[in-house]
Design a protein around this ligand. Sequence first.
Ligand code: SF4
Length: 439
Amino acid sequence: MSKYATVVYGYRDRKGGKKMPLDFKAPCKHTFSANEIRTASECARKRYYASRDCLAIRANKPSRALLLGGAIHTCLQYYYTELDKKIKEVGLAKPSLEDCQDLLDTIPQLALEGYDLLDKDSQKIYDLVSEMYKEQVAVDLVSYEVISCELAFHMDDWPIADCMYHGFVDMVVKGREDGKIYFFEHKTCANFRPEIYDRFDIQLHIYAEYGKRYCNAEGCNFGGMILNQIKKAKTERGYGTKRDLISYNDKELEGFYIWLKQKTEAVISPDNHHSPCNNYMTCKMCEYAPICLKYGYEVPQTTEEIINSFNEVVGQEADGTEIIQPVYKYDPRPDEEEETKMATKLSFSELLKRAQKFEKIAIHTPTEEQAKTLLTELDEIGYRWANGEKLTTKTRYKVENESTCYNFEPNKKIMYSPLVYYQENNYTIIEFSDIDFKE
Ligand code: SF4
């Protein structure tokens, strides 16, 4: 039997609002990602189990593919940003391939934390990619300048009121020749995806919409998405890559908008009864199958009810009666006060060290005063907004209010987003009050 645990603390009480431990103001009532709407299209019941707006249940062990994908993303981000930094330090506006290769050789190998979580097969692929892919990084940086990595974005009240779509762009680059902005999307896969899948890909369409908005705001042109697929292969390098430049015209995006609007409306409709899909192939592969086996067409109402209903036989009484115990006990997040007591303060210099190692960190500042203090401290040591402005010019606090968080971008850049983005994208959230600035 698969084991389940709630790991998305803080979301489950959002509807009732009584025990919500992190008092953030959600920008929209319903939050969606490409993954969530894909899941909803595949099976309404599956989305009901997984969505942060519903039960927010996840299998407690990340899949092999997820771990490998995460490791490769970290590795690529490291080499692209480090090489870009070197190119800027040297002051090369148009580096040659030789320049890029030479500078790349001066960058130390990435010591990846959590590496030991990968299985043997995944480790082999990771080793090959981290060593051999560097050639490709050099080739890419001849053509592009890195603008940012892991860019968090959200589009509020889109495609309909009260709904928000959000995501993370793996890498934003600017063409050195044409000055256009491109979004890189790295994908690790068992096999390259068939073209028809790319044609309808939901994530790429949502990102294209965001690309248009990003470029309108920045006053530049959007060149499209660069889909960078990486898979294991029996080649000398041990892996294969496939590159596609994907761009959509306005008519295509208009058609996608109609599709997405209909789907989103259906999901948030009071008539959505989260029906199981009853699709043999889908159910066979589904991580929620044990829950469906138990509940069938009945719609379980709470996460607690599901978690506590998974029991196992652990022994026998003398009279032969089975001794049954829960596999998991539903364990709500400790309240904030208790948590604060448990927390040990993190020094500011330790925080910066972690950020420099590309750890995904977001600092939550529930008050504007805290935001000002944090930004002033960072400004003093050379950090700037993504557009190069000094951090002391504004806090952006009025946009996200008490849910405002700040994260570190490469090249000493700072970005902001609401807490919910960072929670959904597995950032380590550090409360401002847990940082010790007096050193
Ligand atoms: S087992 Fe089937 S019906 Fe149940 S959530 Fe998974 S895909 Fe949907």
